[in-house]
Write a protein of this length. Structure first.
Length: 318
């Protein structure tokens, strides 16, 4: 099969499209014919992209953590009453194994959910990592409840747009931050206010946020501890916060696959409670160019489409 592979940690310029062996299903895995895959900025630098859970080198590595496709094989130990050959599924692949920038991928069945009827693979692939990250930041690590005020840094990005919508749906007051060009987008997602980080001082929000969700890091993260109200929380996915808020707590986390949360995100998407921006589409064979464009700051959620995908969803009702 064809796959995009990185020979070692580095820049996208080193990525190649290569002929690689068809994946093997380990216990509890299914094999998916990839219809669409998505990636996140920075994943080519992550150590787990190139090693297994024991730290053993598994390069050359296939990137792209998000997948949407059709189940073509059930591995030993999978429950056929759970997933079946022919199911349309999507999910986030564990970081310590090969990703979805390939024609086929082996994924743990427990990390997958059914793609809702009417949702395209190219839409579904854009949801798992961004949606799970936003959900876990707000609901799991941030403990967000209705009526609270949340500040979301980088609100116009892939994670940010979903975070704004999830927080709004939870009944929170949302202040989105970022660059001026994202103001309308962020307000349309449900933010009450937008703060242009280049023009407006963050200090105006000092001590007022029940929850701050940072995905920018650096100086913005450093300033964010002061925003947290007494009893509040700073959640970062960019870097571990260097200091704790004076009367709150600060958390850094790495997103984990979670089927229950994925099912809730799929339900919200199908119900129109959350929407995804139109993905920036590339053929799978142009994966190296897509990663290069992302490195060069081209905005949007990039989705790779496998134009050779053959499998159709099974027609039997579930
Ligand atoms: N820890 C984890 O588990 C985890 C999970 C997912 C993602 N991440 C990380 O979280 C970050 C966000 O992911 P994403 O997929 O949402 O990326 P993205 O789509 O590129 O979004 C990032 C957003 O932040 C804005 N931004 C970045 N730097 C800024 C600055 N200095 N001032 C104002 N706005 C700024 C960007 O604006 P422009 O586009 O205009 O620059 C963009 O709107 C990435 O670094 C990713 O690697 C971590």
């Amino acid at each position: 099969m064809n796959a995009a592979r990185m020979p070692r940690p580095g820049r996208a310029a080193e990525m190649m499209i290569e002929t690689t062996p068809y994946p093997r299903a380990s216990v509890g895995d299914v094999i998916i014919e990839v219809h669409a895959a998505a990636f996140t900025p920075g994943e080519l630098d992550w150590e787990p992209t190139y090693v297994d859970r024991a730290g053993r080198d598994r390069s050359p590595a296939i990137p792209a953590r998000d997948v949407s496709g059709v189940v073509v094989e059930l591995g030993f130990g999978t429950n056929p009453s759970d997933l079946r050959v022919g199911d349309r599924v999507f999910g986030m692949i564990d970081r310590y194994r090969d990703g979805a920038a390939a024609e086929y991928v082996a994924v743990e069945a427990r990390d997958l959910a059914l793609v809702p009827d009417g949702v395209e693979h190219t839409q579904a692939a854009a949801l798992p990592m961004s949606g799970l990250t936003a959900w876990q930041a707000l609901m799991v690590h941030g403990g967000l409840t209705a009526g609270q005020r949340v500040v979301i840094h980088g609100a116009g990005g892939a994670v940010g747009q979903l975070a704004v919508q999830i927080a709004r749906n939870a009944g929170a007051e949302v202040i989105g931050t970022g660059r001026a060009h994202d103001r309308k987008l962020v307000v349309d997602c449900g933010a009450t206010t937008f703060l242009d980080l280049a023009e407006q001082p963050l200090a105006a929000l000092n001590g007022t946020a029940d929850l701050v969700f940072d995905m920018i890091g650096g100086e913005i993260l450093a300033q964010s501890t002061a925003l947290v109200a007494p009893g509040g929380t700073l959640v970062s996915i960019a870097a571990p916060p260097a200091t704790q808020p004076p009367a709150g707590r600060a958390v850094y986390f790495i997103v984990e696959p979670n089927r229950t949360q994925l099912i809730e995100l799929a339900r919200s998407l199908a119900a129109g409670e959350i929407t995804l921006p139109a993905p920036v589409l590339y053929p799978l064979t142009d994966a190296p160019q897509a990663f290069k464009d992302k490195e060069n700051g081209v905005p949007g959620k990039f989705v790779l489409r496998n134009e050779n995908a053959q499998s159709r969803a099974a027609s039997q009702p579930r």
